[in-house]
Design a protein around this ligand. Structure first.
Ligand code: CTP
Ligand code: MG
Length: 198
């Protein structure tokens, strides 16, 4: 692999993950109001999800993910037929629209986040408490799961193109995401949008 190829893989991986990356921060900005669990408790007497998971956050973050997918799609179309077109949203060959892919990545990201909260509550962790590593990967696993199941051709062409025997794009995502996650949360905390810097 050449240096140019490696750089391109990093850019493409980041690019394709953007709808999943923005969903969380947009949920933080738009969140509030009625919690998704309706304030109800699970059998163990603890909250099902907690006050940190709200309908407004879920809707806002999902729409944010779709919106970014739309913007990326417009940029790629404007850029014409260069290398990035292998990673465009929509994927012309599979005919998946940017709305569909954006939804799977954006909603999937928040899906991973609230499934994590469910298990955090079961283990007795309060809302906003730290669960190292899991907090940094929940949204990746959620967005990938939904994309693998519902947008498989797009996922494979994007994160594991046939040209490579190894899924380099996925490895890049697993390495850069925790770093991005941590930085964005520190910014959110300093801006007063998040109560804790994680
Ligand atoms: N948020 C929301 N709805 C979501 C996800 C996030 O309203 N579906 C908002 C909430 O205001 C939340 C903030 O974004 O407090 C930060 O999100 P996150 O760190 O995921 O939630 P925590 O409050 O840390 O809760 P948990 O312990 O369940 O992760
Ligand atoms: Mg949290």
């Amino acid at each position: 692999m050449t240096v140019e190829e490696a750089v391109l893989i990093i850019i493409q991986a980041f690019w394709a993950m953007l709808p999943a990356y923005v969903a969380g921060p947009v949920a933080v900005l738009t969140g509030g109001g009625p919690p998704m669990d309706g304030g109800r408790n699970w059998k163990d007497g603890k909250r099902i999800l907690g006050d940190g998971k709200t309908w407004r956050g879920l809707a806002g973050g999902t729409i944010g993910g779709i919106g970014i997918a739309g913007i990326l799609s417009v940029i790629v179309r404007g850029a014409g037929n260069n290398d990035l077109t292998d990673f465009l949203m929509p994927n012309w060959e599979t005919n998946l629209s940017w709305i569909f892919v954006g939804f799977m990545m954006g909603f999937g990201s928040l899906f991973g986040d609230f499934v994590k909260s469910f298990f955090k509550r079961r283990s007795g962790k309060e809302r906003g408490s730290k669960s190292p590593v899991i907090d940094m990967y929940d949204f990746i696993l959620g967005s990938w799961l939904l994309a693998i199941v519902f947008a498989n051709p797009w996922f494979m062409e994007t994160f594991w193109p046939e040209a490579y025997a190894f899924p380099w794009h996925m490895l890049v995502v697993l390495i850069i995401s925790p770093l991005l996650h941590r930085s964005v949360n520190i910014i959110g905390y300093k801006m007063g949008k998040k109560d804790v810097p994680w």
